[in-house]
Write a new protein. Sequence first.
Length: 263
Amino acid sequence: MAIADLLIAIIVGFFPMLIIIVLFIMIAGIRIVNQWENGVRFRLGKFKDTLEPGLRVIIPIIDTVRKLDMRIITIDIPRQQVITKDNVPVAINGVVYFKVVDAKTAVIKIQDFEYAVSQYAQTALRDVAGSMSLDQVLSERESIGKDIEQIVEKACANWGLEITEIKLQDIDMPEDLKRIMSRQASSEREKRATIIKSEGDAMAATNLAKAAQIMAKTQGAMQLRTLQTIDGLGPSPSNTVILAVPVDILELAKTLNKKFQRK
């Protein structure tokens, strides 16, 4: 009886501690997976399953869980020094938008998928931009981004990732080249302005010639035009109007004067 009583006393004494241990194990096994996450569970180092968002229970020590953010991730493409096809040095940077679509693959097949995507995008950027001339690089940013996206997406498809979009941000050139391009653009603008002005002058001359032909064929048209011009001058006393009398009117006046003198 003494031994039985001793065992009972030991059990009763350790019972609260056992309850505490059990509660600790239960609490340690609770995992909360947020709405924007997926959890990858490994049991004794081997893949077990993927945990969806919500309250999940695992076996402490035996199970380990790695959570992955399933939202769109944004990473920068650091500034890359690129020599274009026409041997012009430029510095280009960009941004990559991607997301995890298969948490298991992203954890098992690639150690650090963000770093891998960044490195792959940098290499693709140098390859694509280096195969184009400077004018193409400056004018085809969207096309360059699409080409880089296709290259990176082929690799990321095996990593459980999906490339959403790749955008180029800045294209920096040497200062002397910027000045040359600025002068070239200024010359092009002056050239367009001169062409437009000459075209306007030609159209005006053509219209004036047509108007002159119409006035020459229509009696009294010139006089009406003259009166219209005088009326448009306004009543201001500061305006000085000089009327040029046509030569034929002067000749008519001389002829009439001679006739009156003969009489």
